[in-house]
Design a protein around this ligand. Structure first.
Ligand SMILES: [Fe+2]
Ligand SMILES: [Fe+2]
Length: 183
């Protein structure tokens, strides 16, 4: 049984990642409609990464019951891709600078090892997500699609998103390129 405060935090992290998963699918569809094919793929790959994080939090929670907190979607416009990318960057930065560090502190005080591992995994991947979205926004703000030479790929173990075709293993968790999923 996970202790009370960490259980709330895991539930909240599960909810946040689940929403990010769906939000990125919606924004990916918008990017595609606006002609940004690679930005759309980046959104879809990152959407799947957030599903991996949501699954880790869900598994660490074990005793799921009751309602999950629903956060307001206000402020997340569904209009243009540049704005959506800024929303994506803001969400990722919030997660790795404020949300997960706070959750890790609580889990450390409570000795919740599995929760700490799930948060740490997510924190490193979210930093990469923010970086990729920033690269995409820089391109879109110049009216261009994200430049991709070697495909967009996802590490299905930790949620890392890579663009480098020469990357032989995941720099975050060490998983081999053979397991990467390409978009
Ligand atoms: Fe992320
Ligand atoms: Fe990985």
């Amino acid at each position: 049984m996970v202790r009370a405060m960490t259980a709330d935090n895991l539930r909240s992290a599960f909810g946040g990642e689940s929403q990010a998963h769906m939000r990125y699918r919606i924004w990916g569809a918008t990017a595609k409609k606006e002609g940004f094919e690679n930005v759309s793929k980046l959104f879809m790959a990152t959407s799947d990464a957030e599903q991996i994080h949501a699954t880790l939090h869900f598994n660490a929670l074990k005793d799921v019951e009751g309602d999950f907190p629903v956060t307001s979607m206000a402020g997340f416009g569904l209009s243009e891709t540049s704005k959506n990318l800024q929303g994506a960057i803001n969400g990722e930065v919030f997660e790795y600078t404020e949300m997960y560090p706070a959750y890790i502190s609580v889990a450390e005080m409570q000795g919740e090892e599995e929760a700490i591992k799930a948060y740490r995994f997510a924190i490193e991947a979210e930093k990469v997500h923010a970086k990729r979205f920033q690269e995409a926004k820089d391109a879109v703000d110049q009216g261009k699609d994200l430049e991709v030479s070697g495909g967009i790929y996802l590490c299905p173990v930790c949620g890392y998103i890579g663009l480098d075709p020469d990357e032989e293993a995941c720099p975050l968790c060490g998983a081999k390129r053979a397991v990467f999923i390409e978009y």
